[in-house]
Design a protein around this ligand. Structure first.
Ligand code: C2E
Ligand code: CA
Ligand code: CA
Length: 601
């Protein structure tokens, strides 16, 4: 038996040790002379019982007792020693606080002491057993109270026991981890009651779809999990996932109205993906995360390639976070050219990550991640100021005229920030630039998402003189009505529309129609991604206002851009475009006659 004896009085401690020596007990006693010392011993070692003096110099007796009773790891029988003459109140308080017994120092004789310890220990063990089994019963019985599905505890237990069973029987298991897409939107717009109804309906549908013996559980919030036992093949699980996704897409009726929801599903199988319960959950969670990134409303299986990707992502995220404050981001500039005069009339600033070991990285390596983690806000804000400072310097050096316009790309998150307007104004003030010499490029899809509030914010920014462009036009789904309402002055047609030009007559027609369409809304047109002189010629012939692309220059570092400005010769670029080129006949005629001809055919 291991005993911890805590008493500040050396004589009392010795008396107790002598008492034990008179017994036949095999007992090992550790001594401590203060509560702190005793607690430190208790942290480190396991004891069968603690003899605790009620009056210690460094801590109140009851407080000390509670610290022992509530210790997160070790549990021992605790016997309080007190020098006080019988005090019933004290005895009662100690028992209530969790002590197993209270002994008075005056009455410690060896028989008394050993009996007290044995009793205390037995009582303690019984209490513990009771407590543990009560806890187990309670948690086992606990279902998710909203949906009636199994709860997380039950699910964990099922998974834990299913794995060794599957191993014995040579079976496969699949864990499907389901997270509803945009459930927050339902909760926020329709209220929590509607959200609850939605969750109940989904629970019901999931239960209907699985086989007997499979476990469906609500892990919490809008997360569900299914444990599918002994499935035959990966295909069978894929089919189940497909059926679930299809079934969840059916409208949910709440208060006589139809509502729609979808889910993203991650799947981990045993033994392929993981061999134990925690790893299975982690793997399914990772795969679910991937499904979300792939546009939601789909399922993904866990694979080691996926894990490698995720690890790489985490690594980059860590680096991004660490490097943002140290200004490892630089700006490249790509000229924007007036389609008629071929003068450089502006530049688009494009961010690059100047990585300490991997060199200069393009946005494709980090922008998506920066957007997901919100780090893009910081990157964009810093870039904006930097580009303004650059422009201010070029203007002072007379490298560019007052009409030169510097464009920035703006991430979606910044558009929901009411401070954007003031921040831009502050950047302009700091660099003493008029608003009219900068422009914001905002992708089409972002504009449409929160149309009302975005349009309002953009109008305020436009009032500073700032020019707003709709970027990547043609890749989203803007309706014409939206475009008309937006405070945008420029339409930037996405580079995919120029790629097939001039070889594909169809692409030529579409490009031409887009230019006419934009100009009919009084918008200036930029075509980006111009790589060949044929493309440039044709876009110019179609009446576009500005051109941008590798043909003129790639995005380049500031000093290279300065050289470009210094050596720029519009006549040279004009000659480049004036060389006759072979263009399919049908696209040269006016678009209107083209449309009319087709109408008559
Ligand atoms: P974007 O705004 O559409 O920018 C144009 C992209 O097309 C740039 O890629 C540019 O280098 C590339 N490009 C220009 N001319 C040509 C050409 O003739 N051929 C081809 N194939 N490509 C051409 P980049 O610099 O890699 O940037 C990619 C995207 O990253 C940008 O697309 C933009 O969406 C985003 N991005 C870049 N800088 C920033 C930034 O500072 N903030 C934010 N939020 N996004 C940025
Ligand atoms: Ca852009
Ligand atoms: Ca673009």
């Amino acid at each position: 038996m291991k005993l911890l004896l805590i008493d500040d009085n050396e004589l009392d401690r010795q008396a107790i040790i002598r008492t034990f020596k008179k017994t036949e007990w095999d007992i090992q006693i550790t001594q401590a002379s203060s509560a702190t010392e005793g607690l430190a011993e208790f942290d480190e070692n396991e004891f069968d019982a603690v003899l605790l003096d009620y009056r210690l110099p460094d801590m109140d007796g009851l407080d000390t007792l509670r610290l022992f009773v509530r210790h997160p790891i070790h549990h021992s029988a605790i016997i309080i020693l007190t020098g006080a003459i019988e005090d019933e109140m004290l005895e009662q308080q100690c028992i209530e606080a969790g002590a197993q017994d209270v002994l008075f120092k005056s009455e410690i004789a060896h028989k008394h002491l050993t009996r007290a310890i044995v009793h205390a220990r037995t009582r303690h063990l019984l209490e513990r057993e009771l407590q543990v089994s009560y806890q187990r019963l309670r948690t086992l019985a606990e279902n998710d109270s909203l949906t009636g599905l199994a709860n997380r505890y039950y699910f964990d237990e099922s998974l834990r026991t299913a794995i060794p069973r599957a191993k014995r029987m040579n079976d496969q298991l699949a864990l499907l981890f389901l997270d509803l897409d945009n459930f927050k939107f339902i909760n926020d717009t329709l209220g929590h009651n509607a959200g609850d109804q939605m969750l109940k309906e989904i629970a019901h549908r999931l239960l209907d779809m699985v086989r007997d013996g499979d476990v469906v559980c609500r892990l919490g919030g809008d997360e569900f999990a299914i444990l599918a036992l002994n499935f035959e093949s990966q295909d069978a699980i894929a089919q189940l996932a497909e059926r679930i996704l299809a079934d969840l897409r059916r409208p949910v009726i709440i208060d006589n109205c139809e509502h729609f929801i979808s889910a993203s599903v991650g799947i981990a199988t045993y033994p392929d993906a993981a061999l134990n319960a925690p790893d299975m959950l982690k793997a399914a969670d990772l795969a679910m995360y991937r499904a979300k990134r792939d546009g939601k409303n789909n399922y993904q299986f866990f694979s080691s390639a996926l894990q490698a990707q995720v690890q790489e992502r985490l690594r980059i995220e860590k680096e991004l976070r660490a490097l943002i404050p140290t200004d490892h981001f630089i700006l490249y500039y790509q000229p924007i050219v007036n389609a008629q005069t071929l003068e450089i009339c502006g530049a688009e600033s494009l961010v690059r990550w100047n990585h300490p070991t991997r060199g200069i990285l393009p946005p494709s390596e980090f922008i998506a991640l920066a957007e997901e983690t919100g780090l893009i806000i910081e990157i964009d804000s810093r870039s904006r100021l930097k580009a303004c400072q650059q422009l201010s310097k070029w203007r002072a050096q007379k490298l560019v005229g007052n009409n030169f316009n510097m464009k920035f790309n703006l991430c979606a998150q910044l558009l929901t920030d009411d401070h954007l307007h003031e921040d831009i104004k502050a950047d302009l003030d700091k660099t003493e630039l008029p608003g009219s010499c900068i422009g914001l490029e905002i992708t089409e899809s972002v504009l449409i998402e929160n149309f009302e509030s975005t349009a309002k914010l953009l109008r305020k920014i436009q009032d500073l003189g700032v020019e707003i462009s709709v970027d990547d036009f043609g890749t989203g789904y803007s309706s014409m009505a939206y475009l008309k309402e937006l405070p945008a002055r420029v339409l930037k047609i996405d580079q995919t529309f120029v790629q097939g030009v001039p070889e594909s007559p169809n692409d030529c027609r579409i490009l031409r129609a887009m230019i006419v369409f934009g100009q009919s809304l009084d918008l200036k047109i930029v075509i980006e991604g111009i790589e060949t002189r044929e493309q440039a010629r044709l876009c110019r012939d179609y009446g576009t206002d500005y051109l941008q692309g590798y043909l003129f220059a790639k995005p380049i570092a500031p000093d290279a851009f300065e050289n470009l400005l210094l050596s720029h010769n519009a006549e040279k670029w004009k000659r480049l475009l004036s060389t006759p080129i072979a263009v399919p006949d049908l696209i040269i005629p006016d678009i209107n006659s083209n449309i009319n001809n087709q109408g008559r055919q």
